[in-house]
Ligand binder design. Structure first.
Ligand code: 1GP
Length: 228
């Protein structure tokens, strides 16, 4: 799965309803991939149901694993977040070890990539859940970026502003020290200008909420980053 070429991803939340026409528009928008993931209300049933609906379209469908209950086989690929600024150790390695106890022997490692997550919106559910220590100074962001890129050598650094538009300067700071990790930016992209702005700094932008709030605007974020 060559996510290193992707510029745009739509993230669908299994807890939220999406009708067939909207789903078709999202899947045929020209986006590079669909990621299924969310923070609350994620179950095996709602995840497999959404996966099978996305599966009718010829684009990669990835599960972002956030809970053990919803580890569903049959995705093209799996992103596993490692929340590097979580203060609850469960979200650093606790859950991962629990998952490996159960599924370790069955994992196809060529279908898995770890995402070094930095949670940056203090009001996001994910910040509360993981008890993330929110850092907004350039020095600390660079330190986390180096941790993910150089110390841990993870393939992806994910700046997660979920629900709020981030600070482009901090995204630039993180990008400036990366040597090999791909930079994913997600959070609060609501229009073409924001998609362009973050897309010019990050390697890949992730667009979530606006799908459910303003579908036509969501669709326009694709060409905003893919026409370059
Ligand atoms: C959420 O980073 C994604 O995990 C996208 O954020 O829902 O705010 O677009 P939004």
């Amino acid at each position: 799965m060559d996510f290193k070429q992707w510029r745009h991803i739509f993230k669908l939340d299994p807890e939220k309803d999406i009708d067939d026409r909207s789903l078709e528009a999202i899947c045929e928008s020209g986006t590079d991939a669909i990621v299924i993931g969310g923070t609350e209300g994620i179950s095996f049933d709602n995840t497999i149901e959404l996966m099978s609906r996305v599966r009718r379209f010829p684009l990669p469908c990835i599960l972002e694993v956030s809970t053990m209950e919803a580890v569903v086989p049959g995705f093209d690929f799996y992103f596993v977040p490692l929340v590097v600024n979580a203060q609850d150790p469960k979200w650093i390695f606790g859950q991962h070890v629990e998952g490996l106890v159960e599924y370790g022997p069955f994992v196809k490692w060529e279908e898995v990539a770890l995402e070094g997550y930095i949670v940056l919106n203090p009001s996001a559910k994910v910040a509360e859940l993981t008890k993330s220590k929110i850092e907004t100074s350039s020095q600390e962001i660079k330190a986390y970026a180096r941790l993910v890129d150089q110390m841990l050598k993870l393939p992806i650094l994910y700046l997660e502003y979920s629900g709020a538009y981030g600070d482009p300067q901090l995204v630039r700071d993180a990008k400036s020290v990366l040597k090999q990790s791909r930079l994913f930016y997600g959070g609060g992209i609501q229009n073409v200008e924001q998609a362009r702005e973050m897309g010019a700094i990050a390697d890949t932008i992730i667009v979530g909420n606006v799908i459910y709030e303003n579908l036509s605007m969501a669709l326009k974020t694709v060409s905003a980053v893919k026409e370059d």
